[in-house]
Design a protein around this ligand. Structure first.
Ligand code: SF4
Ligand code: MG
Length: 456
């Protein structure tokens, strides 16, 4: 998911949030929402679909609005339903609160069960709603103390933007799984999952929110509180591999530069010498350019992507994903015909896309297809907000590299090593990262995950 927030007088904060969400669209395409306040009331518009679909007719607007938060959703918990869209809005004894959350709480089911046994009713099936209930039940006085109280009870991954009638608050979990950064407008402040969401509205990047930090923005300015003791950091390496946009900078590390290095190191490790390097657009492109650079083999466009289709992976059911691949990509015969092709992609998750693309290239006349993947095999589920949560769907959970190669019918297959992946990070400490989906070294208890489709 992607979260956003703007606090600014004399700005159209909901329109700015719309633009910010547009830039964060790659983080979630199932639903979108914007909530605004004018200091007394709150309004929200939420809907299923892309940002430009949900807000086609109207972006929520109030006279004198000065705080807005927004959310784009990619479901890892809770079904993809209108009822589960964010930002959530509630009234509690202290006033009104609206909340947007990116990540996945690992003990939400436990807490929810306790609260339900106690008579609490929930309006959604998403983990996020427990944060609100814990705020409402806290005995602390201010909203920031109540939020800290709440966040100290939940575990797992969360970046949140929260607003009351007069405050905008941002918080990042103590491990720093997901990114969140702070930007400055001439007369206000912005919070965004990624820095590309600041660039789009001309906000100046100030800094990343630190793991375990909460920033509180109101008319008296901005203040920062560390709500949790320092812990071993575990930022999600998959943000750099696949999820984030290459023009974003997370914790000081350019996503593009990390991905480019992944490609370069992959070329060194795999040592394949083909005629051409192609990428599986768009997510494989940066690594493919790095591969070509390192190997001294030309990077060419061998696959054309239909620009009017979103991220296929994010389609929540397998059937939808299947048709989407064919609709999304096509091989360029004149480029690949008779060639030994090195095809670079960022990851193999289920193997559905890769197998289809290899076939597509062969049908277009490729002589050989060597697949190079700029991440290690994903053998273990993610419990922290990336939708690889069901182990039986992960091809590397059951098959060896050679078996995957046979399954996708490639001439050869190479994955980037974990060491190579670590080496690709030049501006952040590679030891402060989570690699659990590759090595099962889970930084935070995984919690109870329901069997089934990764949803509850
Ligand atoms: Fe990221 Fe993988 Fe860790 Fe999940 S398990 S947070 S995808 S590195
Ligand atoms: Mg891709």
């Amino acid at each position: 998911c992607g979260v956003y927030g703007v606090f600014a007088h004399d700005e159209d904060v909901s329109a700015l949030t719309y633009l910010g969400l547009y830039a964060l669209q790659h983080r979630g395409q199932e639903s979108a929402g914007i909530a605004v306040t004018d200091g007394a009331w709150m309004d929200v518009t939420r809907g299923m679909g892309l940002v430009n679909e949900v807000f086609r007719h109207q972006v929520p607007h109030m006279d004198n609005q000065y705080i807005a938060i927004g959310h784009v959703r990619y479901s890892t918990t809770g079904s993809s339903l209108l009822q589960n869209t964010q930002p959530l809005i509630v009234n509690y004894s202290g006033g009104k609160i609206s909340l947007a959350h990116n990540g996945n709480l690992t003990n939400a089911m436990e807490i929810r069960k306790k609260l339900e046994d106690d008579g609490t009713i929930f309006q959604t099936s998403i983990d996020t709603e427990v944060i609100l209930n814990l705020i409402a039940r806290s005995r602390k006085e201010t909203v920031e103390e109540r939020l800290a109280d709440s966040l100290n009870q939940v575990k797992g991954a969360y970046c949140i933007t929260l607003m009351t009638e007069n405050k905008l608050i941002g918080a990042r979990d103590p491990q720093g799984f997901r990114p969140l950064c702070l930007g400055k407008l001439e007369n206000g402040w912005v919070l965004s999952s990624e820095s590309c969401g600041l660039d789009v509205i001309g906000a100046e990047f100030v800094r990343d929110i630190e793991p375990g930090e909460m920033v509180i923005i109101d008319d008296s300015g901005i203040k920062s509180v560390h709500f949790a003791p320092k812990q071993q950091l575990a930022s999600c390496i998959f943000e750099y591999i696949y999820f984030a946009r290459p023009d974003s900078v997370i914790d000081g590390q350019s996503v593009h530069d990390a991905r480019f290095m992944m490609g370069r190191i992959l070329a060194r490790e795999s040592k394949f010498k083909g005629d051409i390097v192609i990428s599986v657009p768009d997510s494989g492109t940066t690594a493919a350019t790095g591969y070509a650079y390192e190997a001294g083999i030309p990077f060419v466009e061998g696959l054309m992507k239909n620009r009017y289709i979103g991220r296929t992976f994010i389609q929540p059911t397998q059937k939808k994903r299947d048709t989407a691949v064919q609709l999304k990509l096509n091989a360029i015969r004149s480029v690949v015909e008779g060639k030994s092709v090195i095809m670079v992609d960022d990851s193999i998750v289920r193997g559905t896309t890769s197998g289809k693309i290899v076939k597509m290239l062969r049908n277009a006349g490729a002589k050989e297809v060597h697949m190079c993947v700029s991440s290690p095999p994903i053998g273990f589920p993610c419990y922290y907000g990336i939708d690889t949560s069901v182990r039986k769907e992960l091809i590397a959970a059951k098959k060896s590299v050679e078996e995957i190669r046979q399954y996708i019918e490639a001439d050869s297959l190479h994955f980037l090593s974990i060491e190579g992946l670590k080496e690709s990070l030049t501006a952040v400490n590679p030891n402060n990262m989570c690699y659990a989906c590759f090595n099962s070294d889970y930084p935070v208890e995984q919690g109870k995950q329901p069997e089934g489709s990764g949803k509850y």
